[in-house]
Design a protein around this ligand. Structure first.
Ligand SMILES: NC(=O)c1ccc[n+]([C@@H]2O[C@H](COP(=O)([O-])OP(=O)(O)OC[C@H]3O[C@@H](n4cnc5c(N)ncnc54)[C@H](O)[C@@H]3O)[C@@H](O)[C@H]2O)c1
Length: 286
């Protein structure tokens, strides 16, 4: 069984949802925790909870869409704990909106948070892990939306497919280089979190209140869709145990919703059998 005690976790998006429960689960396992999030008031609450559980922790308010902010957070983590054993790239947003409607700035925002924040952290933390010369793990939180496609949110799919592909390719590179870091990619289905409150975490550089899109019916419908699927998702209570069990078992793909497995199989079959996306496959599901 893997011993997490006294190991250092660096986790993004720790204020709400998955990040919050994983940080709390890490505290239960005796880990030291570096918690990064853009939402300072909510982060303070999670920070207090892990302190109350007896964990040593560091909270850092940062916008992880910016490379220099991630660099600074890593520097603070190293100054406090001197090592990082587990990186969990979890911060993310979901943006519904069809490609001919969603503003380009929203594409830039989602790619920077869901993909580039993971790149920035891995670029800085992998060399640190190599230097430590001890085993380390990296878990990127992608989504089932990184394995199967659905209508209505192409930007989310693009960012999550990219996260899955980057994690797989990095696993090859680490293996080939003989580096003792295990990669994992988490691909959950819908879980009840604050994910449909994405607008509350919109950084200033991606804001343009004058754009008529944000008053449009398409935008409001997209918001309602996101709220519907997330609030009807699974309860979050098993997520931390799922993550730590997957790390213990050294599972690469961390799946949480087996009911979506037929969709994964259907997609692969479509590819090798020269098929095409068929929206009717989604009937009753989305
Ligand atoms: N909830 C689901 O159904 C579901 C399903 C599949 C994958 N996911 C993924 O799980 C991850 C966590 O999402 P969640 O459901 O817990 O949502 P959430 O909104 O509850 O949590 C996301 C966290 O990321 C933080 N964040 C957002 N933008 C940030 C930024 N620029 N810099 C730093 N922190 C930022 C938020 O403040 C929040 O604390 C995301 O990557 C999401 O895509 C969620």
């Amino acid at each position: 069984m893997k011993d997490f005690k006294d190991k250092v976790l660096f986790i993004t998006g720790a204020a709400h949802g998955f990040g919050q429960v994983i940080a709390e689960g890490a505290a239960d396992r005796g880990m030291k925790i570096v918690m990064v999030d853009i939402d300072e008031p909510a982060l303070k609450e999670t920070y207090q909870t892990v302190l109350d559980k007896g964990a040593e922790a560091l909270m850092i308010t940062a916008d992880v869409t910016k490379e220099d902010s991630v660099d600074d957070a890593v520097d603070q983590a190293m100054a406090k704990f001197g090592r990082i054993d587990l990186l969990i790239n979890n911060a993310g947003i979901a943006l519904p909106g069809r490609i001919w409607e969603l503003p380009t700035r929203d594409w830039e925002w989602i790619m920077h948070i869901n993909l580039m924040s993971q790149v920035y952290a891995m670029k800085r933390i992998i060399p640190i892990m190599i230097q430590q010369k001890t085993h380390a793990d990296i878990l990127n939180v992608a989504s089932i939306a990184g394995l199967v496609d659905t209508p209505g949110m192409p930007s989310y799919h693009a960012s999550k497919f990219a996260s899955v592909g980057m994690t797989e390719a990095t696993a090859y590179d680490l293996q080939r280089a003989g580096i003792d870091i295990d990669m994992h990619v988490m691909c959950p289905g819908f879980v009840q979190t604050d994910l449909y409150h994405t607008e509350q975490h919109r950084p200033a550089q991606y804001t343009d209140a004058t754009d008529p899109y944000y008053q449009s019916e398409a935008f409001l419908k997209g918001q309602q869709f996101a709220k519907y699927v997330i609030t009807n998702g699974k309860p979050i209570d098993t997520i931390a145990d799922t993550v730590f069990k997957a790390l213990e078992d050294n599972r690469f793909y961390v799946l949480t919703h087996p009911e979506f497995n037929p969709l994964i199989q259907d997609r692969v079959k479509r590819i090798v059998e020269d098929g095409a996306p068929d929206v009717h496959v989604m009937d009753g599901l989305m």
